[in-house]
Write a protein that binds this ligand. Structure first.
Ligand SMILES: Cc1cc2nc3c(=O)[nH]c(=O)nc-3n(C[C@H](O)[C@H](O)[C@H](O)COP(=O)(O)O)c2cc1C
Length: 214
């Protein structure tokens, strides 16, 4: 068999695509699709730039980037995002009347293969800074609900009782069920109070490995 035919046959077997006369390029393009480079949106929720949840996000990002994925990070606490006004002008599938930094995030969220939520615990819940961003998902609900994405949850809190993390995990999983997204991992970092104290724990490594496993 000629080298050219062999190549064509191998590519056909690898990609399952139909190889036309100019098909080698086409098949190689398809191979790139199957390489699964992902677009990952990372939402952080803390107003502490060098805080614990930001560190977990950083470690996750390092792992994911080492695997060749593309990351878009949106630091909710440092963006101007108003809470949803419930005017319903978007009809859960349109343009939001509020013109603010959510517009930057919007196309990334819709296109993302994965969304990561990195937040501190504030009174047993997700930080308000992140929650107001999640509530703005309302305007793109129809474009993200039932559109499969992977997701991960990175959370930090000062207390050490496992039970205290349950409401946040419940909230996160309810959100995943509703949106039809798949959670591929959670890092629940307890016992971290002061900014950066998580650096002395194994949770950074957990977040890194999670990123690397994607
Ligand atoms: C407004 C506020 C509320 C908090 N609520 C809780 C809480 O309910 N339970 C808890 O264990 N820690 C609570 N904490 C502590 C933070 O969750 C903890 O310091 C966390 O590591 C902060 O993460 P960050 O450094 O990413 O901001 C609270 C801190 C703040 C500022």
């Amino acid at each position: 068999m000629k080298r050219r035919d062999f190549l064509r046959k191998s590519l056909l077997a690898a990609t399952g695509s139909i190889v036309l006369e100019s098909g080698i390029v086409r098949a190689v393009e398809n191979m790139n699709i199957t390489k699964k480079k992902m677009e990952i949106v990372v939402l952080t929720g803390s107003p502490r730039r060098n805080g614990n949840s930001a560190y977990l996000a950083e470690r996750f990002v390092k792992g994911a980037q080492e695997k060749g994925h593309e990351v878009y990070r949106f630091d909710c606490a440092f963006k101007q995002v108003e809470p949803c006004r419930a005017c319903n002008r978007c009809g859960m599938d349109g343009l939001c009347v509020i013109k603010d930094d959510f517009n930057e995030l919007r196309p990334h969220l819709i296109a993302a293969d994965m969304v990561v939520f990195a937040t501190p615990m504030y009174y047993f819940g997700i930080s308000a800074q992140m929650k107001r961003v999640i509530d703005r998902f309302y305007a793109i609900n129809e474009q993200i609900k039932g559109h499969y994405k992977k997701a991960a949850f990175l959370m930090t809190y000062a207390d050490t009782a496992k039970k205290e993390a349950e409401p946040m995990l419940l909230h996160y999983h309810a959100l995943m069920d509703y949106l039809g997204w798949e959670s591929v991992g959670e890092v629940v970092a307890s016992g971290v109070w002061t900014a950066g104290s998580v650096r002395n724990t194994h949770y950074g490594e957990q977040a890194y490995r999670l990123g690397k496993s994607i």
